[in-house]
Ligand binder design. Structure first.
Ligand code: ARG
Length: 447
């Protein structure tokens, strides 16, 4: 194993099985630029506190910037990203690099880097989410005249506008994006926890502005605020921000999974409501005719894995005594996976939604089903003074009669209808079997 951040009290080398088992560089290299940001800020703090001369500050900072610019490729012989960066710095500037770790611990360092990572990725999720919302809104607008069967229990229920069906996802996603934004906003960036007990550096020195450093490292975040820790034990122990990121991404993945499922069903031959563009489908190695919505299926399925990430992580954390324990290293794979997956899903959906073509004729042919208007017939009776429950029972019998005898309600004579209610008048009722009349009669929806 390459150079470690510790070892003075050890006389034996670490057993290779332990090195292999404990290392995290193979995934935590994703924290490199955020960890370097933390180190650059820490160096400024060390300068303010008098541990480093101004010249040393700028020398270490510019070496760190060099390490942070360009692609950071993980060297799997290191224990973790913090160790690899420290060694890279020692190789660049020699002994001066040994001062960087003054008054800090990886326990504080890893929390800081993971927090900035979360803010960055959650911000990206929110922005991409807005893109999908915009695509859904224009899809709804372009198809605003289409009326479709609304479903409950996957059975025909009542006619609804397609734009409202899509609008339901818009509202769910907007609420989900709000949660993502709140999760990012609630993350407080702090330093000064050290390993657990704090550091000798006065709290006032931790007041550093980070934006210029973030910009230099290509981190697209502004108004990053650093505060001295309020409680060092809390800072190194708490991972609620990780749990929250896993939570809000799991909720968003739920909405995306349901939307994916709707599109998968609607694109079947049986439904034939929508065509998904070829560019967003894949084929079969055996059946030449196939055009499968694999991307949507992966979106549908990935929600399950995201729930696993959230649940699994909560179980890792529960019961951990304060403060830092190595178990906490296990936050990273689920975190990277959940954020990375949602980001990829939103990128796919933004493009896919824009290419959806609805089959208006096929959708509207479903509206011939008279059962979709049964509730409107109940309201017709209610308007004539029949109590709702009585009307419900009457129409239930009428529908059953219509099905059993294969006679459309529309074509029943007043005489036939009067067996169910003397209020029924064919001439008036016939107007009810109009999808437009049906959807427009619902006034409770604020459009
Ligand atoms: N790789 C570790 C993590 O992700 C960094 C902190 C290690 N700290 C320690 N005292 N061993 O949690």
């Amino acid at each position: 194993m390459a150079k470690k951040l510790w070892g003075g009290r050890f006389t034996k080398p670490t057993d290779p099985s332990v090195e292999e088992f404990t290392r995290s560089i193979q995934y935590d290299y994703k924290l490199a630029k955020y960890d370097i940001l933390g180190s650059i800020v820490h160096v400024e703090i060390l300068g303010k506190a008098g541990y480093l001369k101004p010249k040393e500050v700028s020398e270490i900072q510019s070496a760190l910037l060099k390490i942070g610019s360009g692609n950071f490729s993980p060297d799997l012989s290191y224990e973790d990203v913090h160790s690899q960066i420290q060694d890279a710095l020692e190789k660049k500037i020699g002994d001066l690099a040994l001062k960087l770790h003054t008054a800090r611990s990886r326990n504080d360092q890893v929390v800081f880097a993971t927090k900035v990572y979360c803010i960055d990725k959650l911000t990206e999720v929110a922005a991409l989410g807005e893109g999908v919302v915009a695509a859904l809104k224009s899809l709804a607008k372009a198809n605003s005249d289409i009326i479709m069967p609304g479903f409950t229990h996957m059975q025909h229920a009542q006619p609804v506008y397609l734009k409202d069906y899509l609008g339901a996802y818009v509202i769910m996603l907007e609420a989900s994006i709000d949660k993502v934004r709140v999760a990012a906003k609630e993350i407080k960036l702090t330093m000064g926890a050290g390993a657990v007990a704090g550091t000798p550096i006065e709290a006032k020195h931790y007041n550093v502005s980070m934006d210029k450093y973030a910009k230099k490292l290509g981190i697209g975040l502004t108004r990053l605020k650093l505060e001295p820790t309020k409680n060092s034990i809390y800072t190194v122990s708490d991972r609620s921000f990780v749990a929250e990121a896993l939570n809000v991404t799991a909720i968003m993945a739920t909405h995306l999974s349901r939307f994916a499922e709707d599109l998968i069903i609607w694109s079947t031959k049986e439904f034939d409501f929508v065509d998904i563009d070829e560019a967003f489908c894949t084929g079969s190695s055996l059946m030449p005719q196939k055009k499968n919505a694999d991307a949507l299926e992966l979106i549908r399925g990935s929600a399950g894995r995201l729930y696993g990430n959230r649940m699994g992580f909560l179980v890792v954390i529960k019961g951990l005594p304060l403060s830092y324990n190595r178990d906490m290293q296990l936050d990273k794979e689920p975190l990277f996976d959940s954020l990375g997956t949602v980001i990829k899903e939103l990128k796919v959906l933004k493009g896919l939604v824009g290419t959806l073509k609805f089959n208006k004729d096929k959708i509207e042919s479903q509206l011939d089903d008279e059962s979709l208007y049964a509730t409107d017939i109940v309201y017709y009776l209610v308007d004539k003074g029949v109590p709702f429950k009585t009307a419900h029972a009457i129409v239930g019998k009428l529908v059953k009669y219509s099905i059993d005898n294969r006679i459309e309600i529309k074509s029943m004579t007043d005489h036939e209808l009067s067996r169910f209610s003397d209020k029924f008048k064919n001439k008036e009722m016939i107007k009810l079997f109009d999808p437009k009349v049906s959807v427009e009669s619902k006034r409770s929806v604020k459009r």
